[in-house]
Design a protein around this ligand. Sequence first.
Ligand SMILES: *[C@@H]1O[C@H](CO)[C@@H](O)[C@H](O)[C@H]1NC(C)=O
Ligand SMILES: *[C@@H]1O[C@H](CO)[C@@H](O)[C@H](O)[C@H]1NC(C)=O
Ligand SMILES: *[C@@H]1O[C@H](CO)[C@@H](O)[C@H](O)[C@H]1NC(C)=O
Length: 291
Amino acid sequence: MPSTKVLLVALAAAFHSFTSVLAAEDPQITPAPTPTTPERRQVAGASGTPILSTLHFQFTDLPFQVYPFAVLRGPQFGFNQCNSTTLGPESNCQTLIFNSPDDFCLWGSPEADGTIGNDEAKVVAYCTKPYHGTRLIPPGAITGMQWMTTPGYIQVTGFINNTGLSLDPTDEGGELDPHGADLQGNPLGGVVFSNGTTDSDGHTLTQVFNWNTFVGGGQFCFKACYNSITNPDYCLNIYDLIGCSYNMPSAVQDGEFTSCEGDVQDVVGVYTTNGVSESFLRLIVSSIIGC
Ligand SMILES: *[C@@H]1O[C@H](CO)[C@@H](O)[C@H](O)[C@H]1NC(C)=O
Ligand SMILES: *[C@@H]1O[C@H](CO)[C@@H](O)[C@H](O)[C@H]1NC(C)=O
Ligand SMILES: *[C@@H]1O[C@H](CO)[C@@H](O)[C@H](O)[C@H]1NC(C)=O
């Protein structure tokens, strides 16, 4: 199917208030962070404190926990060997499968009425299918979504009832990725596998080294970047306070389920208008990529 890409461009100057305009469109959006001197924190990488994103596994060789290390925020909350014996509503499986529009998982809270802010280190997998030893996303919880396969990554964006991921109905949610300020990841020890990326032969579950996601506020988006493409980094996350619509532009509509092939978006934070790249905050540009 041919892909379409429509660029809507509006100058920031046209808006009186940048943040209030965005906030009205997307409940996950809160004002962009003001740059300050970086806080100095201890990070993983010292002896015995592996950096989560550098831990690579075959699906069939996953240890019980990929991050059993009792350092910084560790050890991890759940486990990574997930199978029919671990399937069910109490599963603390932290291996997330991201295969296809009808077979994927999202991170959700391990306890009822949780919030991403409180539970980011210990979120667990909730899946659309009972194949992966996880909790299940209840039928009907997802009310619209767009699955898009591109030459650089697979992205899904959609609408979900917060309670389907055990999130408090009022939780506006947040961002999760395998890095985090201390490089132990959120969730700590969380790993992602897919048989749909270009790194897979189409059947074998293959690790997705770099991914990012937002959940909460009745919305979700998840991007699985191909391991073979590291420059540009389409899963770069530095704008984690500003939600799906900025980080993963799409044409998703509540009530519609679509799947398509699309173009890669501009690197997050860089938007192209009239062939000229502009950095974030100089222009408000939405790159709406439809199916
Ligand atoms: C299934 O998962 C459990 C818990 O993670 C693990 O102890 C067990 O070895 C696994 N079983 C198989 C057959 O892989
Ligand atoms: C979300 O799901 C819960 C539990 O099924 C239900 O009570 C609630 O009405 C749903 N909320 C919306 C906005 O549909
Ligand atoms: C991808 O994995 C899922 C579940 O693990 C399986 O049902 C599906 O058949 C696999 N797809 C292919 C093309 O092998």
